[in-house]
Write a protein that binds this ligand. Structure first.
Ligand code: MTE
Ligand code: HPA
Ligand code: MOS
Length: 769
């Protein structure tokens, strides 16, 4: 007999369900949805002032412009004129411009090109006010979007005072543009009764629905939002897609015609917020071995013009100020600066990485001041397993694998011998210097906003062929969640992958969903899908028990068969039989993350179900005459638990690293002093290209990985955490710079480490020797 290979579909390398479509251009994004006859195209007119009272908007020439059908302003909004997700502050069309690029009005025209031409013809009268554009200015003027926060554990000031050594310093990490391949896009089709069908490139269909309903003063059940996939979100479409979907719906309502809004790339970058840049001042006390005894910090971020998600982002920065290190005594003041720039928002890492960079920079400073290898100082400060395992927010760490990962990588990357070789190379070379660094990652998984940790699903099995349709709140943004959910479902039903289809995410199928974010999409939605399946399986078991008089029968679903005690069915036959016997083959499912709780006020609790761990060793080369830099080699060891799909996880680990390296080395967002954004196109803003990948790139999933918590398949997400492996690149550059001072001084280097900053750092160092 032919031996049938046991189908597994889990822990199995398999391509992204749309991989072939992505590369051949056959994957449909929002802009590819077939347009109905009469579709109109829109564009947004935006403020040319960063801070001004809008005295008059004269649209006479806009309305007369070729192809224009209508315009909308704040006068057309019957309900809530705001798209703020948590707090107000993000007017769709404001009375007072709070940043350069803020939308003021929009047009619908017969083509996108004509709409874009028309908006330029507006005559807007401003009363210009003085803008605040930098964190330092905002701190000076106490300009904040939300109240400052102080967190405290132990006695930081005393501990610093009593320490053998102390250091002070300051440090900045930069902003970052999301630069998703697919820009912000919406397509809205009016339905009967003023209902609207909204296609939006968003990470958050449910909140898009709510925001549009509030804007129109309509019930949520009149708005349906659908998203099949988005061409990257990276946090930039967690909330900042809302304004585009809202404006598009407003135009569709006014014209009673389908309307599309596909943003021009420059306008897209100018209108939307980016990663929060952070400024920190620190004072740290430590012992002879470099173990931190006390830490005092001031942490300020540029939130832009409104709160948006800044509260949660700053909170995540505070929650990651420890990275992988035990901090016994800390005192942190956190300021959420309001500036007249686009409202900064979620970006892979969600503030966590900004917090982690602060402590990594402090550790690097300590190592340089003690003239020790920073790897050693890092190891000495790690959380331990039996003691020193309570975080500054009072959570006990139970799944710590950072020492294993760190030590395994130190070995496999030949860190020590390479470090010696690099020192030798630097002694022999005047103009090219090399540097190396290893950094750890510990990243908390769960939304820190407790109620967001829930998900729903809707699963149907069709009676004629046993094929399965799965719908959840998960948004496919390239990260592979549809593939992973389909694998989980196929495994659970013992079916071939090809029999399971994950269909477009829609608010009328699964309601009240959270954003696909916080790296929790598959953890939450995959679990909800499995919950739905368990209910269908229960229906089937009940039927089989009744019909065949089998006691305590639990079906085993394998290789297209279902085995009950002594009775085997072909899956398809069982499904057909169940249908004919009037058994429900469809179910909703639900999941809510257990164990988590967090008291935001006292900053105590267990905000995360588990932690993801990783480490990376990067080796770089810099040119001391030009500041140019290059990653020669990167080795990453990353924890994916029991990976659901190792090839997708590897893709996330590689991509996250490269995106993080972009943030820390080459991507620089700049504003003029009047608040005008100067970096709004690929010609002025550089993201990593293939040529910027490390020449040698050794990426491995931690083989002993296993989630100790009850997470689908004992897996761990790889969404955001791998980005932070790129911290090693920054500190390798700093290490290369330090060689210019023969490793006797700590260079000052802010991120991003652009060639200019590297040169300045070298010159400062040379002045001190
Ligand atoms: N990977 C791709 N290809 N595209 C994306 O937009 N977003 C990142 C990460 N990886 C992103 C990505 C961010 S910000 C998050 S929160 C997670 O994916 C979201 O997906 P997950 O929850 O399924 O990990
Ligand atoms: N991550 C991403 N998005 C969020 C979070 C988070 O922790 N909390 C609220 N929105
Ligand atoms: Mo990711 S920043 O949580 O969308």
């Amino acid at each position: 007999m032919l031996k049938v290979k046991k189908e597994n579909f889990i822990n199995e390398k398999r391509p992204h369900e749309s991989g072939a479509k992505h590369v051949s251009g056959r994957a449909n994004y929002t802009d590819d949805i077939p347009e109905l006859p009469g579709t109109l195209y829109s564009a947004i007119g935006w403020s040319k002032k960063a801070h001004a009272i809008i005295k008059k908007i004269n649209l006479d020439k806009v309305i007369k412009s070729e192809g224009v059908i209508t315009v909308v302003t704040s006068n057309d909004i019957e309900g809530r004129n705001d798209v703020g997700p948590v707090y107000d502050g993000d007017p769709i069309f404001p009375e007072k411009a709070e940043y350069y690029g803020q939308p003021l009005f929009a047009v619908a025209a017969s083509t996108t090109e004509l709409a874009r031409k028309a908006v330029l013809k507006a005559k807007i009268t401003y009363k210009t006010l003085k803008p605040i554009t930098t964190i330092k200015e905002a701190l000076k003027k106490k300009s904040y979007v939300l109240k400052e926060k102080v967190i405290k554990k132990g006695e930081a000031l005393k501990a610093i005072e009593n320490s053998a050594s102390r250091l002070k310093g300051n440090f900045t990490t930069g902003s970052q543009e999301h630069f998703a391949l697919e820009g912000q896009t919406a397509f809205v089709i009016p339905q009967e009764d003023y209902d609207f069908k909204v296609f939006s490139s968003t990470q958050h269909p449910s909140e898009t629905q709510q925001i549009i309903a509030k804007m129109l003063n309509q019930k949520s059940n009149t708005i349906t939002v659908e998203t099949r996939r988005i061409g990257g979100g990276f946090g930039g479409k967690e909330t900042q897609s809302f304004i585009f979907a809202a404006i598009c719906t407003l135009l569709a309502k006014k014209t009673k015609r389908p309307v599309k809004l596909r943003m021009d790339r420059d306008d897209d970058i100018i209108i939307t917020g980016k990663r929060h840049d952070f400024y920190s001042e620190y004072e740290v006390g430590f012992d002879e071995l470099g173990v931190i005894k006390g830490l005092k910090l001031k942490l300020a971020s540029r939130c832009g013009a409104s709160p948006d998600l800044s509260g949660a982002i700053n909170e995540r920065a505070l929650l990651h100020i420890d990275n992988a290190y035990y901090l016994e005594n800390i005192l942190v003041e956190n300021y959420l600066c309001k500036t007249n720039t686009a409202s900064n928002t979620a970006f892979r890492g969600f503030g966590g990485n900004q917090g982690m960079m602060v402590i990594e920079n402090i550790i690097d400073h300590i190592a340089n001041s003690l003239k020790k290898d920073s790897a050693e100082i890092r190891r000495r400060n790690f959380y331990q397993k039996k003691k020193k395992n309570i975080t500054h927010y009072n959570m006990k760490i139970e799944d710590n694998v950072i020492q294993e990962i760190f030590d395994q990588l130190l070995k496999s990357s030949n860190y020590k011998s390479r470090k010696l070789n690099i020192k030798k190379f630097n002694q022999e070379n005047k103009y090219i210097k090399k540097g190396i660094s290893i950094t750890p990652v510990k990243f908390g998984i769960s939304f820190t906003t407790w109620h967001l940790n829930q998900a729903g699903a809707l699963v149907h099995i069709y009676c004629n062929d046993g094929s399965v349709n799965v719908n959840t709140g998960a948004i496919e943004m390239g990260q592979g969640t549809y593939t992973k959910i389909a694998q989980l479902v196929a495994h659970e039903l013992g079916l071939p992958f090809s029999k399971v289809k994950v269909s477009s995410t829609r608010t009328d199928k699964v309601p009240n969903t959270s954003a696909s974010a916080a790296s929790s999409t598959t953890d939450l939605n995959g679990a909800a899908a499995l919950n739905a399946i368990s209910k269908i399986k229960m229906n089937l078991a009940t039927y089989v028990k009744r019909k065949y008089k089998i006691k305590n029968a639990e079906g085993i679903y394998e290789n297209g068969n279902v085995k009950f005690k002594g009775k085997i069915f072909k899956f398809n036959s069982l499904i057909k039989e169940a249908y004919l016997n009037r058994v429900s083959l469809s179910s909703s499912g639900f999941y809510a993350t257990p164990k988590i709780h967090f008291d935001k006020k006292n900053f105590k609790g267990r905000p995360f179900l588990y932690f993801s761990y990783g480490a990376a060793v990067s080796e770089v080369m810099i040119d001391v005459l030009t500041g140019e830099n290059k990653i020669i080699r990167a080795d990453i060891l990353h924890d994916a638990g029991k990976a659901i799909n190792p090839s997708i996880e590897l893709g996330q680990i590689e991509g996250g690293f490269v995106q993080g390296a972009g943030w820390l080395t080459m991507e620089e967002v700049n504003w003029k002093s009047n608040g005008e954004l100067t970096t709004h196109s690929p010609s002025t803003y550089k993201i990593p290209a293939v040529s910027d990948m490390p020449e040698k790139f050794n990426v491995e999933i931690f083989k002993h990985g296993k989630n100790i918590e009850n997470v689908i398949n004992k897996s761990k997400t790889t969404g955001e955490p791998p980005l932070m492996n790129a911290m090693s690149v920054f500190f390798a550059i700093k290490n290369a710079i330090a060689s210019v001072g023969n490793y006797t001084l700590n260079p000052h280097l802010d991120a991003p480490a652009t060639p200019e900053r590297i040169l300045m750092s070298i010159n400062n160092l040379k002045r001190k020797i």
